[in-house]
Design a protein around this ligand. Sequence first.
Ligand SMILES: *Cc1c(COP(=O)(O)O)cnc(C)c1O
Length: 373
Amino acid sequence: MPAFNAILTAQLEQYARLGRLRTLESSISADSRQMMRDDKMLINFSSNDYLGLRFHPHVVEAGKNALGDAGSGSGASRLVTGEHRYYAALENKLAEARNQEAALIFGSGYLANLGVISAMVSKDDLVISDKLAHASIIDGVRLSGATLKRFSHNNVAHAMQLLETYRRKFRHCLLITESIFSMEGDVAPLDALSALASRYDAWFMVDDAHRFDFIAPTPGKADIWIGTLSKALGSYGGYVAGSKTLIDYLLSSARSMIFSTALPPASIASASAALLLAQSESQRVEKIKNHTRNLCASLRLPASQSAIIPIIIGDESQALAASQALQDLGIYVQAIRPPTVPPRTSRLRVTINAAHSDADIELLMDALAAYRR
Ligand SMILES: *Cc1c(COP(=O)(O)O)cnc(C)c1O
């Protein structure tokens, strides 16, 4: 037995006592609407492929074709021999979609945040970020060695106070927020934060991982946009978009990109096909907005500006029990617990998918009736 087993066992017991033990459950899906768990078919209200594109015939076909002509893996980092025409073609489309000069694909959204933040700031610098920013943002800042100060969620006055107090003590400053918060489903005051960044000579970075509307113009202004291919685009991978100079610099400095094998060409080809559909067909966006509006009205919650609707339960074990009760009704909604969310805010995190039918939403409304405000 390795010497650490006793220590790890004690830690696992601690997680279990706190209701924070995590386990893997197999989820088998044949479409974006449902999944099979424990031999039971459940309507899936917990996936992030909001547009329901990961099983779309064009998306699957594009991946199959790329597998056939470019193989299962890229074989090396893009800077070695892993570069394939699929990457640059998608980067051009992503840059255009965000109205930026250029884009750079990373292995995942997590790796994009890690690589970009640690390339942009270091120990003499300051990062000001929203308190609820994603773990990959926090990890990127830690890796960079920069000083991190966090403002209370979406609180522009607090962000300003931090800039006023700390900005002058540091060399560069990066102000970071998410556009749509992954566990809250609310949106950041991008215009106000961007104005603050200019006023205090800070660079403004926005993580837009949960965007599903690729038809409306990108909201707000930022110097650095982070996105993912893994959510609404239904594939895998992350990217950064910004100025050509930023992208040139990252290509020579972002270690999570340089020292990691390029994504499989098939993932890129599928993401490209999904982006094309996301930009050209508006019916999925309309459906998500419609479903979201109806569900929020039924729960007497303020209208969500995203496809994410959190139902705050509080206690970890109660959130798990609520999730289990929904499963018994044929509905899957993941319970989200600390440390993913702050203590005492365990929740059911509902995500709406364009593949859901009106009847699916009605079933969910009935099942959640007890949680009406
Ligand atoms: C999911 C997520 C990421 C990570 O993206 P992956 O492609 O899944 O690694 C980064 N930032 C935010 C806000 C996210 O929600």
